[in-house]
Design a binder for this molecule. Structure first.
Ligand SMILES: Nc1ncnc2c1ncn2[C@@H]1O[C@H](COP(=O)(O)OP(=O)(O)OP(=O)(O)O)[C@@H](O)[C@H]1O
Ligand SMILES: [Mg+2]
Length: 361
């Protein structure tokens, strides 16, 4: 079994460090406060919250806003989650207070309840209020319910009035903790930092950073197959240098390197071979992606792939460079840490290898 894991929530032995962050999250959940957790994509938000929830042992429901279709769908998804947590017996009489009756059916295949609302138009907010109201009725003082809204940056896409409705409901509630998670930094900023936004300065904000270099290094070293300590050290350093310690891509490259060492044909530098293989595997995707960018964006991406700063590059007006970077940060192709960097280091490598028209810059 490959000892590195990427693409899903990591738990147990696959989860490393985040000791301080974990403590911070748990402390917050212990208080009456709500948490706003922001980071670029795949930095480990969901894994961190999953671990914190597990350690608190309290009941929780998680709604992925990427998968919410409408306001009534959100109301239904909340109800579905409540039904998974608590017994029907406990809920039955509470449902009689609902102003709009949901459709409830028992699914024998999944052995669970399926709940939905008909399209409700302007009455959707009533269904949402009642569903959210039920959260307050099932939570207890000893075992306060935690509600996680993941990919919350999508809220305005679902309905332009949804954020306002949610805020109005949540601010009146007691005995619940909400966690708002989101990955498109600038969009989450609009929601939580703009004065006119209903969620302006709502909850405690936490920006999740990368995992510290030394911790990630020893995590990788400890999982590499049998080699001399020097060899392991060199490989782990090579991985983190290429990925710039990005949690997801470091695990991806470590997994590929592990396979190279264990099952690869050729001998030689396993990290380089793993990088080459990953880039080749994604060649078609990168080609398509590259074609979709404007020329200015391509130029910026190439500069970033070369690890130079596009804002000080003389061949582009700073304002042009800045608006291009801003756009690509919003889209998630560029991330802002201490500097600007490409989100996907393998894409950077693809650009440097001079596929398509990249080298003409
Ligand atoms: N604490 C950790 N230890 C080791 N690897 C981690 C850790 N956190 C995250 N990762 C790596 O990053 C990947 C993405 O983690 P996760 O899905 O939790 O991030 P996310 O920020 O919720 O992502 P998304 O933006 O896609 O929702 C994991 O599959 C794993 O490979
Ligand atoms: Mg996530």
């Amino acid at each position: 079994m490959n000892p590195f894991k990427f693409g899903t929530i990591v738990q147990g032995e696959f989860f490393t460090d985040r000791i301080e962050e974990l403590e911070h999250v748990k402390q917050l959940l212990d208080s009456e406060n709500h948490l706003v957790l922001i980071s670029p994509r795949r930095f480990g938000k969901s894994s961190l919250i999953a671990k914190a929830l597990q350690q608190t042992g309290r009941p929780s429901i998680t709604i992925d806003f990427m998968k919410v279709l409408s306001t009534e769908d959100l109301a239904a998804q909340i109800l579905n989650s409540i039904f998974r947590l608590y017994k029907m017996e406990k809920l039955k009489h509470l449902l009689t207070h609902f102003r709009i009756a949901p459709n409830i059916s028992y699914n024998a295949m999944t052995e669970s309840w399926d709940i939905s609302f008909m399209p409700l138009m302007e009455k959707a907010s009533v269904a949402l209020e009642d569903s959210m109201g039920l959260l307050e009725k099932v939570t207890t003082d000893e075992n306060r319910l935690i509600i996680v809204f993941d990919e919350f940056q999508e809220v305005n896409e679902i309905s332009s009035s949804l954020a306002k409705q949610l805020r109005a409901i949540i601010q009146r509630q007691e005995g619940l903790n909400y966690v708002f998670m989101g990955s498109q930094e600038s969009m989450m900023n609009e929601i939580f930092e703009k004065k006119r936004s209903p969620f302006y300065h709502f909850g405690q904000r936490m920006n999740l950073k990368k995992i510290p270099y030394a911790d990630f290094l020893s995590y990788i070293v400890s999982r590499l197959p049998d080699m001399t300590p020097e060899e392991k050290q060199k490989i782990a350093e090579g991985i983190l240098k290429f990925t710039n310690v990005h949690p997801y891509y470091s695990q991806q490259l470590a997994a590929a390197t592990y396979n190279m060492i264990m099952y690869g044909q050729n001998k030689g530098d396993a990290v380089s071979r793993a990088i080459k293989q990953q880039v080749e595997e994604h060649d078609l995707d990168y080609e398509r992606l590259w074609i979709s960018f404007k020329r200015t964006d391509r130029k910026i991406l190439t500069l970033l792939a070369r690890k130079s700063n596009p804002l000080t590059d003389r061949s582009l007006p700073t304002s042009t460079a800045f608006s291009s970077i801003k756009r690509m940060v919003k889209q998630g192709y560029v991330i802002k840490t201490n500097t600007y960097e490409l989100e996907d280091p393998f894409f950077g490598e693809w650009i440097l290898q001079g596929r398509s028209d990249a080298p003409s810059y």
